[in-house]
Design a binder for this molecule. Structure first.
Ligand code: UDX
Ligand code: ADP
Length: 487
């Protein structure tokens, strides 16, 4: 045995590394080094020192970033885990085949965006990435593999994966397919993974399927109490992921619908949601009114559910869930319109400060962020926009607006300025619009900001986080979602 304190030469280091790698009892491969695969497998590595976890991706830049000091995803606590495990039992690589070849368990964590064209466009999930990853597994595998759906997929995707695997693999290779959806929320991913409400594992109810289910359960059992590891049928597990997100989003749309009534009646949506949430049957979570939910999951998963319902000839069910998304669109439009109306029905050439571009606080993710729709709306009204977000870089905002959302590049260059601080973004503007609930926006020196603003100085709170009474005292005209003018 080599003493760890001894200085090793290269041959010894290689020998030790080889010995170390051979000592791993189980090997996990995760295909897709994104928001789901990265944090999930980093936590598995941190909890299971005897398991080798290799996260692979076809995106070289992303893998390079995971292997650098500047990892590609901002998530509290993630960096510490990656730095502690990387090179020990956690590896990032573009060598997809090598990782598949040696793995016992393979997580498929690739992206499943909503289809933009063709059949089911705007609703159905694009399964092209899942299919490509599955075909790769079939082609490369030389021994039994447990293939785990981690990405959110439509109900019965495992069936298609099974057909692809069976039709394209060696005759002596067998596969078990499990569904193990991820329920982590961005910003609290590490906490959610370390202490999950539940881990769900769906499998076929065959002896082999149940054995595979047990094998995966035994990985989670290292740190998750047994009673939180829930095993179900494959299709139930697949549907539960869509159902959970639909139910959560439905609560937000419900409180947002009520926020419109509050504004019209003088009721206060925070008071309503607090009082409703005290009923233990309702509970307090996911009842915070907002400018609209964003993120990569809610809209996509509900649209998926709508498509599934339509495909199953259940139009009433499809309409029911679709209304959750329509209400979200309405909320964004309503808030944007209220800015224009309040600023005397025109914002042409006015300067609007946007505080927050991420879809929620504590993440740099902008997917489906309400801010994108809002900025686009203001640009159509010929406003000048100054944006500050503590975590979203200018390149991302430019990409979201010009590439993803077709804002003309010349207009972007002329009218959008991304600032380094909230103070520079708010310097001398006509209105401030808070779109992400970053904590730092609660405690800015609003008196200092007010002094330089055009008067009347308007501040719009799309997240109900600002100290409204104080702001009013300073002289601001405050407009808050879900709060009428009546005191
Ligand atoms: C969600 C689910 O919570 C998670 O279980 C699933 O795995 C992925 O989708 P995420 O999108 O990361 O997670 O964020 P979440 O905290 O759910 O927030 C989604 C959106 O809803 C954000 O824009 C957030 O600001 C908004 N929201 C949330 C509200 O507007 N009000 C609330 O009360 C809660
Ligand atoms: P999610 O939020 O679901 O994790 P992301 O888009 O953040 O989605 O990450 C998915 C990752 O999967 C991307 O980095 C993408 O490059 C990767 N990916 C997609 N298809 C494949 C594939 N066939 N093999 C390896 N990686 C893939």
């Amino acid at each position: 045995m080599v003493s760890p304190s001894k200085h090793l030469d290269t041959a010894e280091t290689n020998a030790l590394a080889y010995w170390h790698l051979q000592s791993f009892k189980t090997k996990i491969c995760c295909i897709g080094a994104g928001y789901v695969g990265g944090p999930t497998c980093a936590v598995i590595a941190s909890k299971c020192a005897d398991i080798k976890v290799t996260i692979v991706d076809i995106n070289q830049a992303r893998i390079d970033a995971w292997n650098s000091q500047d990892i590609p995803i901002y998530e509290p606590g993630l960096e510490e885990i990656v730095f502690a495990q990387r090179g020990k039992n956690l590896f990032f690589s573009t060598d997809v085949d090598a990782a598949i070849l040696e793995a016992d368990l393979i997580f498929v964590s690739v992206n499943t965006p909503t289809k933009k064209t063709g059949m089911g466009a705007g609703f159905a999930a694009d399964l092209a990435y899942i299919e490509a990853a599955t075909r790769r597994i079939a082609l490369v595998a030389k021994s039994h593999k447990i293939v785990i759906e981690k990405s959110t997929v439509p109900c019965r995707t495992a069936e298609s994966m099974r057909k692809i695997l069976d039709a394209n693999s060696r005759s002596d290779v067998t596969f078990d397919i499990l569904s193990n959806p991820e329920f982590l929320a961005e910003g609290t991913a590490i906490k959610d993974l370390q202490n999950p409400d539940r881990v769900l594992i769906g499998s076929m109810q065959t002896p082999a399927g149940l054995k595979a289910q047990k094998a995966l359960a035994s990985v989670y059992a290292r740190w998750v109490p047994q009673n939180r590891i829930v095993t179900t049928r494959l299709w139930s597990s697949e549907l539960t992921k869509l159902a959970s997100n639909a139910l959560l989003a439905q609560r937000i749309s419900s409180i947002n619908a009520l926020s419109a009534i509050c504004e019209a009646t003088g009721a206060d949506v925070d008071e309503v949601s607090y009082a409703c949430g005290l009923d233990s049957r309702i509970g307090p979570k996911f009842l915070k009114a907002s400018v609209g939910f964003g993120g990569s999951c809610f809209q996509k998963d509900i649209l998926n559910l709508v498509y599934l319902s339509q495909s199953l000839h259940l139009p009433e069910v499809a309409d029911y869930w679709n209304q959750v998304v329509l209400m979200n669109e309405y909320q964004k439009r309503r808030f944007a319109e209220s800015v224009v109306k309040t600023l005397f029905n025109t914002i042409t050439n006015k300067n609007i400060c946007i505080l927050g571009f991420a879809f929620k606080k504590d993440t740099g993710d902008t997917r489906e962020s309400a801010a994108i729709a809002m900025v686009k709306y203001f640009l159509k009204e010929n406003a000048n926009i100054r944006i500050y977000d503590p975590k979203v870089p200018e390149s991302q905002m430019r990409y979201d607006l010009t590439v993803e959302d077709n804002v003309d590049v010349d207009i972007y260059n002329k009218r959008v300025k991304v600032c380094d601080t909230a103070y520079s973004a708010a310097d001398g503007v006509d209105a401030i619009v808070v779109l992400t609930e970053w904590d730092e926006f609660k405690t800015l020196d609003y008196k200092r900001i007010y002094e330089k603003m055009t008067k009347p100085a308007f501040i719009f709170d799309g997240r109900l986080i600002l100290p409204t009474a104080e702001l009013k005292k300073i002289g601001y005209q405050t407009i808050t979602i879900g709060k009428g003018d009546v005191e």
